[in-house]
Every structure is written in structure tokens, then in C-alpha cells.
Design a protein around this ligand. Structure first.
Ligand SMILES: O=c1ccn([C@@H]2O[C@H](COP(=O)(O)O)[C@@H](O)[C@H]2O)c(=O)[nH]1
Length: 274
């Protein structure tokens, strides 16, 4: 079986670095789907999004929070989307930002990579330290899966802790250094670095050679295609750039042409990110 990074590099070579985020919001869904119960509407929308964006993106990132709000039915919807994404050849990133003491981390990792979600990769919060990240790495490796560790997030308040000076360097540089070590053996531990902080993105690309970056914040949060150019390596690989709202909700709920609008948004993003 190919490694996680080989699979990621394959789809990025074929389709470019766009990662489409599946973050369904009830109030934004097309009117035609609103008569269904929320979880069913989310699944129907997510499945349609997969079909529509498949020519333009090789990676999708369902955001667990939006599904979790609707309980077991929401999780079933997310499971359906992850399964279909795999069938369509997408590399999947389950965005659940997990992190806990080692014994609990193992259970989170089994959920992500075992039969429950069967995701290709998972976002991980490293705040609890090395022993808490290791179970995610070990479990991911058993099945040739990958991780994306939060290093410098895209939100406006990211600097409160991540920028704190520690031994002469911001905290995020220490996390970056740990990611480089975790990634060294197998190339399967990536980093989340926001598009909304282009200087830090450039700095972290240079500090983490060989580490795949997941770059959120392009599109709805204000990051531009020019801002994310710094994320790619010399071969144009090394990063996937996420857009959730920008690609999946470029329409008003009563717009009968919502599918065409999604196709146009995905095509535009693919074009400008290359
Ligand atoms: O630093 C981070 C880490 C994760 N995210 C997630 O990415 C998407 C962004 O959605 P948009 O609609 O494209 O803004 C969302 O799921 C976040 O939870 C992030 O934005 N920043």
C-alpha cells in the first residue's frame, strides 16, 4: 500500500493543492434540501459537493464539529461522506483537532483511522505534549495514514499563546521543531499553518522542509492565492490549501443554480492555486 504522503502527492500532482472543506451549515444550505432533517440534508449536500468538486480537488476535509451538533445522525452523515470520498479517490482529512493524555489519545486515533471513520488523516492539537501525540503517530502508521498538527492557526487570536516568547523563539517554532522530528522517519506528520499569517507561513515553510502543510484560511477568512504561494516547495508540492465556505457556499440558499456556482468556485480556486 502506498504511504499517506505518496497518496497526497499523487492527488496534488493530478488536481492541484485545493482541499475542499465540508462544513455544512443549516442556514446556508440550498432551499431544496431544507425539507430534510438536518443530518440527512448535510449528507445529501456533502455527497453532492464531492461529485461537483471532484474534477478540481483531490483532498476533502470534513469538519467534525458541524456533524457532531446533530448527534448520532450527524455522525452517520459524516461517515457516509467520508466513505463516498474514499470511493471517489479523494484523500480525506478528518478535522477534529484531537489531543488528550496518551491512553485517551489512542481511543481518538482508533476512532479516526479504524472502521468508524477510516480517515486518511486527522488534525491533532499538540498542546498536551510528546506522549500525547505519540499514540496518534503510532496508530496512523499502522494503517499508512497521516496527521496534521496545529502549528500556527489561521484565527485572529492565534498569537495569544502561539507567539509567546519561549527561550528566544515563539512557541509555534518549538512546535514546528517537534513536527520536523515526528515527520522525519516516515514523512507522515504534517502541520497546520494558516493562510492569514503569510509571514509566518513563509517562515514555517523554510523551517519545516519535507513537512506537508495544511493551509486553512484561504477564501472566507481573507487569505489569498498570493498569500499561500509561500507554502509550496520547489516542486509545487508540500501543501494543500483548504477552502470550506468559499467553495461550498458561494450562493444564496434560494439560488436554483447553486450547483453551477460550486463548480465555478472550485474551478476558480484550482486555477488560482496552481
Ligand atoms: O487554523 C485553522 C485550523 C482549522 N481551520 C478549519 O478550516 C476550515 C476553514 O473554513 P473556511 O470556511 O474556509 O474559513 C474550518 O473547518 C476551520 O475549523 C481553520 O480555519 N484554521
Amino acid at each position: 500500500m502506498k504511504t499517506f504522503t505518496d497518496r497526497l502527492a499523487d492527488v496534488v500532482r493530478r488536481k492541484g493543492p485545493l482541499c475542499v472543506g465540508i462544513d455544512p451549515r443549516l442556514e446556508s444550505l440550498p432551499k431544496s434540501l431544507r425539507d430534510k432533517p438536518p443530518a440527512e440534508a448535510f449528507e445529501a449536500f456533502g455527497l453532492r459537493v464531492l461529485e461537483l468538486v471532484a474534477p478540481f480537488a483531490g483532498v476533502v476535509k470534513p469538519q467534525a464539529a458541524f456533524f457532531e451538533q446533530y448527534g448520532p445522525a450527524g455522525f452517520a452523515a459524516m461517515g457516509g461522506i467520508l466513505k463516498r470520498a474514499k470511493e471517489l479517490g479523494f484523500v480525506t482529512i478528518l478535522d477534529a483537532k484531537r489531543g488528550d493524555i496518551a491512553s485517551t489519545a489512542t481511543a481518538y486515533a482508533e476512532a479516526a483511522f479504524g472502521p468508524t471513520w477510516d480517515a486518511d488523516s486527522l488534525t491533532v492539537n499538540p498542546y498536551l505534549g510528546q506522549d500525547a501525540v505519540e499514540p496518534f503517530i503510532a496508530t496512523a502508521r499502522k494503517g499508512n495514514r497521516g496527521l496534521f498538527v496545529l502549528v500556527r492557526t489561521s484565527n485572529p487570536g492565534a498569537g495569544l499563546f502561539q507567539d509567546l516568547n519561549c527561550d528566544g523563539r515563539p512557541v509555534y517554532r518549538h512546535v514546528a521543531e517537534a513536527v520536523v522530528k515526528w515527520n522525519a522517519d516516515r514523512g507522515d506528520v504534517g502541520a497546520v499553518v494558516g493562510a492569514t499569517h503569510p509571514n509566518e507561513l513563509r517562515e514555517l515553510r523554510a523551517a519545516m522542509p519535507g513537512v506537508w502543510l495544511l493551509v486553512p484560511g484561504y477564501g472566507a477568512q481573507g487569505g489569498t492565492a498570493a498569500d499561500v504561494k509561500a507554502a509550496y516547495d520547489a516542486n509545487g508540492l508540500g501543501a494543500v490549501v483548504n477552502s470550506s465556505r468559499g467553495v461550498t457556499f458561494p450562493f444564496q440558499p434560494d439560488d436554483p443554480d447553486w450547483e453551477a456556482k460550486i463548480v465555478a468556485a472550485a474551478k476558480k480556486a484550482q486555477g488560482e492555486l496552481k
